[in-house]
Design a protein around this ligand. Structure first.
Ligand code: SF4
Length: 426
């Protein structure tokens, strides 16, 4: 038994020490979020106002996944645009008119800011107001920034969802609803909808929605459950509108999914017996699938470099459900409120880092030579060239990983490179 009288199996880590690093960073900017956001929101188009670098970044991030008809593009500001902002605005209006004419199903157009100085000088919020007026009753135009100066990788989704909040209508006081926040693939969203429905939890809405025409309403009766951990700004703004956050681990792995659903079940007063009966078949399926992956992962030494902000929940899952040894878990930002339940579940001795000093972190990785390093695309190739196995963290946002039915797939993402390394050695 632990000092608190709890069985060791559920002992929690109440005060993990966090090392902070403020050096050179090597992470994607928030533009990467467009790749999964444009797939999710089917009546929206994302127009990046940027440079050739921004266009290349989007192409390389999108190249990781297969997609049919992208609803994003980059309007590249050329040298001549620097001569006058009026020209830039005219050019922007022309590009927007062309998109709206060619894509009549688009109901919302996001103007996405980036970091070149000529873009910073352009007031995209004013441009969005002007264009919204011009296309009233046809297309809403909303501006947000995914500049690398302000956002990393997954924070682009936070900026996008935050920019949408003024569009959400007010739910009358006294009307209760559950709002799931963070992009989930449709297949996972449908699985959760079924479970909530069997639990008698209703209405359940999702942000972002599949179509912005069906955007959720928010009010004092709204209870929020976070599906993704990188949405601090959006959560704080929704709290100001009266919504209440249900504190829970993230729905990754069996343990996380169970606790996440349980937070909603408790808020809705679902009897324990009903809760257990509803989740039992999915838990059983997940445990069966996970047992094979656990055998491959048990005892493996894994290192997380900071990139996606999913590092802590995934590390918790790998340590507690797959028997992985965590060498270091680094995350670009740590929101203690949104991560409180996860921090409490991490193994007590885990080495935690917030932020990045890339050279120092790489030196530690090289010295430890982990079995697997989870990192951004930019660091993976150099590490592979040194004989270290890597896993791209960007796959964690492009692959369905949430919920009971994806627990084994999530473990397999980490087991696969280890199995491949074993085959190569033979
Ligand atoms: S927004 Fe900035 S960091 Fe991102 S691709 Fe464009 S120039 Fe690079």
């Amino acid at each position: 038994m632990s000092a608190a009288g709890l069985p060791l199996a559920v002992e929690v880590n109440l005060r993990p020490e966090i090392n902070r690093e403020r050096g050179q960073r090597q992470v994607f900017c928030g533009l990467a979020g467009i790749v999964w956001l444009h797939r999710k929101i089917q009546d929206a188009f994302f127009l990046v106002i940027g440079s050739r670098t921004c266009a290349h970044l989007l192409q390389s991030a999108a190249g990781v996944m297969i997609f049919a008809e992208p609803r994003f593009a980059t309007a590249i500001l050329q040298e001549r645009d620097l001569a006058g902002l009026a020209d830039c605005n005219q050019e922007l209006d022309r590009v927007v008119a062309e998109i709206i004419q060619r894509r009549p199903t688009i109901k919302t157009l996001f103007l996405v800011g980036s970091c070149p100085s000529e873009v910073i000088k352009l007031d995209l919020h004013k441009a969005a107001e002007r264009l919204s007026g011009r296309y009233r009753n046809q297309v809403r135009v909303i501006a947000y920034s995914a500049s690398g100066l302000e956002t990393t990788f997954t924070q682009g989704e936070d900026s996008c969802l935050h920019s949408l909040l003024p569009e959400l209508s007010q739910r009358p006081d006294g009307e209760r609803s559950l709002l799931i926040i963070g992009t989930l693939p449709d297949v996972v969203e449908d699985q959760f909808k079924r479970l909530f429905s069997e639990l008698g939890i209703d209405p359940v809405e999702f942000l972002p929605p599949r179509r912005l025409a069906e955007a959720p309403a928010v009010g004092r009766g709204t209870r929020m459950l976070l599906a993704q951990p990188f949405l601090s700004e959006t959560v704080r703004a929704l709290e100001k509108r009266g919504a209440t956050l249900l504190s829970a681990p993230y729905p990754l792995g069996i343990e996380g999914t169970r606790a996440w659903l349980e937070a909603a079940a408790q808020a809705w007063g679902v009897p324990r017996a009903r809760f257990e009966a509803v989740i039992a078949p999915a838990v059983e399926r997940a445990a069966k699938g996970l047992s094979h992956q656990r055998a491959l992962l048990e005892g493996k030494r894994i290192w997380f470099l900071p990139d996606s902000q999913l590092e802590i929940p995934i590390a918790r899952f790998l340590a507690r459900e797959c028997g992985v040894q965590l060498l270091e878990v680094a995350t670009p930002f740590l929101d203690r409120q949104l991560m409180a339940e996860e921090l409490a579940l991490l193994p007590p001795q885990v080495s935690l880092t917030e932020g990045q000093d890339v050279e120092q972190q790489l030196a530690r990785v090289r010295a430890a030579r982990p079995d697997l390093t989870v990192c951004g695309l930019g660091l993976a190739n150099p590490l592979e060239a040194e004989g270290l196995r890597t896993k791209w963290s960007i796959e964690l946002v492009f692959t369905p990983i949430h919920g009971f039915d994806q627990a084994a797939d999530l473990a397999e993402l980490f087991a696969r490179p280890l199995v491949r390394a074993g085959l190569l050695r033979v």
